[in-house]
Structures are given as structure tokens and as C-alpha cells.
Write a new protein. Sequence first.
Length: 140
Amino acid sequence: MLLLVSLALADVSPDALSGYDRLRAALVVDDDAGAVTAATALGALAGVDSVIADASRAVAGAQGIAARRQAFGELSKVVIAQLSTQTNPPKSFAYHCPMATGFQYWVQASMGIQNPYMGQSMPACGSEVSLKKAAKAAAP
């Protein structure tokens, strides 16, 4: 669905990572309206990075929180792949949830599992992984 062709062309800015993290945080607490708002803001913030902007718009346009989480997985692929190619990426922590449907990895700005894929049903499901491992899973 989402093309990962231009991943190496852009760096994830600290502002974009912060926007991504706001979206992730909304999904953690099952705030679907907040996730739409955060995804829309990230799409606008991403601006010159069309891959992140397009993936963010897909999250915002998804129908319902389950579909939004699936689209967030596609956005996470982009963000993780781009972070892994940066020489000096913004501080982040990578996590994996084996229970998630679709892409099972995400990054967050703070340490400690806050699972966006399972929300309040299982907010601590998963384990910390290296960014390298997450990026390998994100590779096409």
C-alpha cells in the first residue's frame, strides 16, 4: 500500500518525531479523535517530507481506531526506516509488540512501553528493541 522508495531522502526532524509521538500517545489511550487531530497536524508539519505527510494523512483518513492503528503501523515503518539512516537521529526508543496486527514496531520519545497498537487493553505489551532491528523489519 505505502511505497517506501524515498525513505533515504529525508531525515526525521525533532518536530516531526514529536508530532509522531503525540499521535502514538493518543492511540495508547484509545483517543481516536485525538489521533485524527495529531495525524492531521503531523501531515501538515511533515511538509517537505512527502512520505511522512502521505502516511500521516492515511492515518487521519482511516475509518475507526482499528484501521487507524493499522495505518499508524505503515507510518511507523517510514519513521523507523528514516531514523535508522540518520547520522544523528533525535532521541527515541524502539519497541515491538508481537500481538499487533500488521507492522508490530514503533518508536517513542520516552523510555517505557506505551503500546499504540493495543491501547488500553494491553498498554504495556511488548519489549524494547534496537532501532536496527526495527528498521530491518521495516525494510521492503
